[in-house]
Design a protein around this ligand. Structure first.
Ligand code: FES
Length: 147
C-alpha cells in the first residue's frame, strides 16, 4: 500500500514538474476555461478535433500540483482518443474521485489522482480539467466552474 502511495506521489510530482501538452493550439476547434473559485486558479483547455477523434489537446494556466498533474495526465490520455472514449473516461475518473467502486485500475497512472478522495477541496483541484474536457467535447459551455 505504501509502495502504491509512493508511486502515486511520484506520478503527481512528475506531471506537475513537467506538464505534458502545456501550451495553446492556434485555431483550436474548442476553447474552454475552467475555474476553481475556491482558490481562484484557472486553466484554459484547447482542443482540435479530427472528425470524431481528439487530434490535439493542450492546456494553459496555473494551479496547485494536483490540478496541473491532473490536466497533464488527462491530456496525455485522451490525445488520439475518440469523443466517446474520452467521455467514458471522464465518467470513470468522476466515479473514482467520488470514491465509488474501482472504476480505474489501481495500477493505471490515472489512479494517482485517487489520493485526493478524502479531501473534498482537493477533489475539485483534480476534477477541474476533466470538467473542462467534458464541456469542450459536448460543446455546451466555454466556461466551467468546480462550484
Ligand atoms: Fe487551486 Fe488546487 S488549489 S486548483
Amino acid at each position: 500500500m505504501n509502495e502504491l502511495r509512493d508511486l502515486y506521489r511520484e506520478v503527481i510530482l512528475d506531471h506537475n514538474r513537467s506538464p505534458r501538452n502545456f501550451g495553446e493550439i492556434d485555431g483550436a476547434d474548442r476553447v474552454v476555461e475552467g475555474v476553481n473559485p475556491l482558490c481562484g486558479d484557472r486553466l484554459t483547455l484547447y482542443l482540435k478535433l479530427d472528425e470524431n477523434r481528439i487530434d490535439d489537446i493542450k492546456f494553459k494556466g496555473s494551479g496547485c500540483a494536483i490540478s496541473m498533474a491532473s490536466s497533464s495526465l488527462m491530456t496525455e490520455r485522451v490525445k488520439g482518443a475518440t469523443v466517446e472514449e474520452s467521455l467514458s473516461l471522464f465518467e470513470k475518473v468522476h466515479e473514482m474521485l467520488a470514491g465509488q467502486g474501482n472504476a480505474i485500475d489501481e495500477l493505471d497512472k490515472l489512479a494517482a489522482l485517487s489520493g485526493v478522495r478524502e479531501f473534498p477541496t482537493r477533489v475539485k483541484c483534480a476534477s477541474l480539467a476533466w470538467h473542462a474536457l467534458k464541456s469542450a467535447l459536448s460543446g455546451t459551455d466555454d466556461r466551467v466552474s468546480t462550484e
